[in-house]
Design a protein around this ligand. Structure first.
Ligand code: PRX
Length: 633
């Protein structure tokens, strides 16, 4: 098993070693895993050519590390606790032995259907154990999973399936989220009309909702697994074989298929889970994310299972049947480590303390935060009311592209400060740069956050578009990985993420590209053009404000037009990308070359119209006053 850092001094020593001899450091960490063949080279390549590789020459299967190697010593231990949306429905407790059987059985099922190593499989499922089983089965047979969050629209699924050329779909008939029913199969059916590459769609019966099964394409999960063996020899994977693709939004165009490979991701997810949360063998661990996001990949499934942990999966939402549900779940299972997002904390805080009455929460030992900056007030509330001032909070900074946590306290070891992600983990070399790319070498500094050297969990490419990968992350500041985030470093060398420095908005922790939302809005029949910016929002962190130019024949009421725009965004992307505010304008501030000046719109949206700066060089300076007037009203 992996060794855990147990003091600040040890962290400092290990950090120094990891920077001075990264290969030695990571080779030692990697020793504790199960390899079919050891590596010939710990690390090669770099950021110059963007050709970095980890553990080259090694062969392994990540699921043997997640499951098989634990069976002899603790096969009966609980791997997954599943808590259903409705508290009166039975929960499910799945041991490592049972998980092994289910993953083997589904691996055999996939192979029976014809799925082979290197195939891409789209998974669009609710938060049920079969989602974890499906992803692990893909990994076991060497298929690349591409999980699409259950809140995305048919069009979003179709775009991702087409881009990844998925041949297989795994879904469910439907699911429950709070008092809502989601008809996933119907959404998938609509998506698949545009996806001729899909050969088979496997449907898990979660809800008994009526569905239409398309002859020759759709098969029920239970029918497929029925005759399959519960033994399966895991396929041998090369260290750099792809493990999964996960789509995420960027500054421009369509979401990008971020690709992670096998060995480096495995080592990094396991190492960071153990150390950041200071996981102990008997802990019950709960991360409230959805497996459709990177947090769910790395810290609901892979990281915990690689450490032989008990990971809790919850199907529902925090407010169902009331805002005390999460606290009930913590008490019901005696959760020790709890990992959630600032938006959820702020929503819970907004309910006051009445839903905490009668809740014990004494099992909690470590609290985590992820996905967006946590403001001091929310941090203090979390610390006081949930952690009862005894649980360290790990504010973990990372990204889909980083595979695992890069900057974070180690729970109970690194002294924390509200809203600071604090210090880099071993192997991670952050650097702040100014707009011209100069490194800011003084201790106290503020700039754009880059990382100097590769770490094992780093994404290797954008699926089928390495050029775009290089362009997006490695050309802004040559030789460095650019995160897209702004960041401050204080006198203790602590890092505080200030938010995105590009055209990406974090809304309730979800990553949304302005260009994507604009393209969706522009599909609305009444719209000529639009521009989207983020502005601070008490609960969501940021919300979306859309400035929209209407066609002259759009004569419906503002209310109807706003509804139509909102519905268009929901149809094309999903409800998470809906603008909070829509402002109709006669023009958008543009430079003489026709580029929209988002900076000006951002200042107006942020409620600082006096800080828009010089507008005289604009093509149409007069619209600025008009927009200011409309937003202030
Ligand atoms: O802006 C940062 C913010 O989330 C972005 C990455 O989003 P995504 O790829 O969806 O991954 C989210 C879960 C890892 C980052 O560029 N972010 C993430 N964690 C933090 C954060 N901002 C501040 N503090 C954090 N702890």
């Amino acid at each position: 098993m992996l060794k855990k850092i147990s003091s600040l001094l040890e962290y400092e020593e290990q950090y120094q070693q990891s920077i001075s001899s990264p290969e030695k450091f990571w080779a030692e960490v990697a020793e504790s895993f199960l390899w079919k063949k050891k590596w010939s080279n710990v690390f090669s390549g770099g950021f110059e050519k963007v050709d970095y590789k980890w553990f080259e020459g090694a062969q392994l299967n990540i699921t043997e590390n997640c499951i098989d190697r634990h069976l002899d010593s603790f096969g009966n231990k609980t791997a997954i606790i599943w808590e259903p949306n409705n508290p009166s429905e039975p929960n499910r407790i799945i041991s490592y032995n049972e998980l092994h059987k289910e993953v083997c059985r589904f691996s055999n099922s996939l192979m029976k259907l014809g799925v082979t190593k290197g195939d891409t499989v789209c998974i669009y499922m609710p938060m049920i154990p079969e989602l974890a089983i499906a992803m692990l089965a893909c990994a076991r047979i060497g298929a690349i999973h591409s999980i699409v969050f259950g809140g995305f629209s048919a069009q979003s699924i179709a775009g991702r399936v087409q881009d990844a050329e998925c041949k297989w779909m795994i879904t469910a008939d439907g699911c429950y989220r709070g008092d809502k029913q989601l008809h996933l199969k119907n959404i998938v059916d609509e998506a698949l009309e545009q996806c001729p590459s899909i050969q088979k769609s496997i449907v898990f019966n979660r809800s008994n909702f009526p569905v239409t099964m398309k002859e020759g394409r759709d098969v029920w999960w239970n029918d497929v697994v029925k005759d399959c063996s519960t033994n399966h020899d895991a396929v041998s994977m090369e260290a750099e074989d792809p493990l999964f693709i996960l789509y995420t939004s960027g500054s421009t165009g369509k979401p990008k298929g971020v690709l992670h490979t096998t060995a480096g991701y495995m080592v990094y997810a396991a190492y960071t889970f153990l150390n950041v949360f200071q996981y102990n063998t008997e802990d019950i661990y709960w991360c409230t994310a959805d497996i459709g996001w990177i947090t769910g990949h790395s810290y609901i499934v892979y990281g915990p299972l690689l450490n032989g942990a008990t990971t809790l999966m919850y199907e529902g939402v925090p407010q169902f049947p009331d805002w005390g549900r999460w606290w009930n779940v913590i008490d019901k299972y005696g959760v020790n480590i709890f990992y959630t997002a600032p938006t959820a904390i702020r929503s819970l805080e907004a309910q006051g303390l009445k839903f905490l009455e009668g809740k014990n929460l004494s099992s909690l030992r470590v609290l985590g935060s992820v996905g967006e900056p946590i403001n001091e007030e929310a941090w203090e509330w979390y610390h006081k009311n949930i952690g009862k001032e005894k649980c360290p909070i790990v504010d973990t900074w990372w990204q889909t592209e980083t595979g695992g946590i890069l900057i974070s306290p180690l729970a109970g070891i690194t002294p924390t400060k509200p809203s600071f992600a604090t210090l880099p983990l071993p192997g991670v070399e952050p650097v702040l740069v100014d707009a011209n790319g100069n490194e800011l070498t003084e201790k106290v500094a503020e700039g754009n956050l880059c990382i100097k050297k590769s770490w094992p969990g780093q994404a290797r490419t954008i699926y089928k578009d390495h050029e775009k990968f290089i362009q997006t992350y490695f050309t802004t500041y040559k030789g460095k990985y650019f995160t897209g985030d702004g960041c401050r470093r204080d006198e203790d060398g602590y890092y505080r993420i200030t938010g995105r420095a590009d055209d990406v908005i974090k809304v309730s922790g979800h990553r949304i590209g302005t260009a994507e939302v604009e393209n969706a809005i522009n599909e609305s029949p009444s719209v000529v053009e639009s521009a989207v910016v983020g502005y601070p929002h008490d609960i969501k962190g940021n919300a979306i404000m859309a400035f929209v130019i209407l066609k002259s024949n759009a004569t419906a009421s503002d209310e109807i037009l706003k509804k139509e725009i909102s519905e268009t965004v929901t149809r094309i992307i999903g409800p998470i990308a809906r603008p909070e505010k829509i402002v109709f304008v006669s023009g958008l501030p543009k430079t003489r070359s026709g580029k929209i000046m988002r900076r000006i719109l951002r200042k107006i949206a942020e409620g600082e119209p006096d800080k828009v700066g010089d507008v005289t060089t604009l093509l149409n300076p007069e619209v600025v006053e008009e927009i200011k007037g409309k937003v202030s009203r």
